[in-house]
Design a protein. Structure first.
Ligand SMILES: [Zn+2]
Ligand SMILES: [Zn+2]
Length: 421
């Protein structure tokens, strides 16, 4: 039998109900903050990610699902959301109507990583991008939303880690500081092969290497450094002031750099307990050069992405009781063909009135139909047999109180509505 591709997962109805609930609540929160949904294609030109995420990042080097299509174009499944949204923002000239705009997205992303708990090759993210402002209040708002979404979903044990990478010049200075701090150390040989390479090409990336040896070496030789220019330092102080206004606790962490090249200034990560090595559940930051680097105007921007699969995992680990069923409002049980025909058209009428209802499709006995109604957690059951057809009425049974009443066919929709109120 053909199976699902490694690293992909079916979200079955029992689980998808929880997904819908979280997505619906998230949309509500994002609306109150003035974010509008944007849907970009799942495939993009590979060059988009090479240029923005960065040639030397793990994502571009090892993790993209890339292919050459029949027209010899280099195409990749999107590994993240930001690059495509900035592309859409520029391509559709959205900034010309209004420079500052807030977007959110919900959808699948693709990375060919080694599958493990909480890490899938097709994974799902909710993310936001606020484009067109350098204001430090925006950084605090973006972080605030991430936390609001996590809390609305019922996640309790999480921690916000915050860092500031500075502007491009500051990043360069930090790279230089790191190179100098590590290059002549004998412990460099303990670093993983990636970090040995990073030390020369992109030393910032050493700071968030997941390898335990690297972590030890990095923490041994780098604690903190003065690399922020005056403007960036001030910006960071303001972000912190706004976070304090919102009473959002955070932990300053000099090792948070995020694995993408476009970040500048504020970067952050939220980690959740119970997720093991993959404990980052959401992360983001500011990307003040990305829009101009992609050919657009010089505009600041800030955003985050939240891993929905990991959030579901953390919620399960928290034993959150979110598995309530979407019970059916009404089930129609029938005996005989005439009754079935009547029920079938009645079903249509009820559904037109937005009442969730169903019927038997397997020629079951009345007893089995009642059992099925019970399984579907139907609140009401309408029973129609030959006698009922003669009298032009049905028996309406309340499954909770077990109370039964006779209802004329003509009054069924109204009666059902009244009972459900
Ligand atoms: Zn700076
Ligand atoms: Zn390493």
């Amino acid at each position: 039998m053909i199976k699902a591709i490694r690293g992909t997962k079916d979200i079955l109805p029992d689980e998808s109900r929880r997904w819908q609930k979280i997505e619906d609540e998230s949309r509500g929160i994002l609306n109150t903050f003035g974010y509008n949904e944007i849907r970009t294609p799942l495939i993009e030109e590979t060059g988009l990610f090479v240029k923005t995420v960065g040639e030397d990042t793990d994502i571009v080097k090892k993790e993209m699902f890339s292919f050459v299509d029949r027209g010899q174009r280099d195409i990749s499944l999107r590994p993240e959301g930001t690059a495509a949204i900035v592309r859409a923002y520029l391509e559709n000239n959205l900034y010309k109507a209004q420079t500052f705009q807030k977007f959110f997205y919900i959808g699948p992303m693709f990375r060919a990583e080694r599958p493990q708990a909480g890490r899938l090759r097709q994974f799902h993210q909710i993310g936001i991008e606020a484009i067109g402002s350098n204001h430090p209040a925006l950084d605090a708002e973006v972080i605030n939303i991430l936390i609001k979404l996590l809390e609305a979903a019922g996640l309790k044990n999480y921690q916000l880690k915050l860092n500031n990478l500075g502007c491009r010049e500051d990043r360069k200075l930090l790279s230089k500081i790191l190179k100098e701090a590590f290059s002549k150390r004998p412990t460099v040989r303990l670093l993983c092969d990636d970090c040995k390479r990073r030390l020369k090409a992109n030393p910032l990336r050493m700071l968030d290497c997941k390898n335990e040896n690297c972590k030890r070496v990095v923490k041994g030789h780098f604690k903190t450094a003065e690399y922020l220019c005056k403007d960036c330092k001030e910006h960071f102080d303001e972000v912190i002031r706004f976070l304090n206004l919102l009473k959002i606790p955070y932990l300053a962490d000099p090792y948070i750099v995020r694995g993408l090249d476009y970040y500048t200034r504020t970067v952050f990560e939220v980690t959740a307990q119970n997720l093991g090595a993959q404990n980052a559940i959401g992360a983001g930051g500011r990307y003040d050069n990305l829009i101009s680097d992609m050919g657009g105007p010089k505009l600041g921007a800030c955003g985050f992405a939240l891993g929905l699969d990991r959030m579901m995992l953390a919620l399960t680990a928290n034993e959150n009781s979110m598995s309530e069923k979407n019970g059916l409002a009404l089930f129609i049980a029938t005996i005989g063909k005439t009754a079935y025909d009547k029920a079938f058209s009645l079903l249509n009428e009820l559904r037109n009135d937005k009442i969730s209802c169903d019927i038997d499709y397997e020629n079951k006995s009345l007893k089995s139909q009642m059992r099925a109604a019970d399984k579907m957690e139907a609140r009401l059951v309408l029973i129609i047999g030959d006698d009922e057809i003669k009298r032009q009425e049905a028996v309406l049974r309340d499954m909770k109180t077990k109370e039964q009443t006779n209802v004329k066919f003509t009054g069924i929709v109204d009666m059902v509505k009244a009972k459900l109120e």
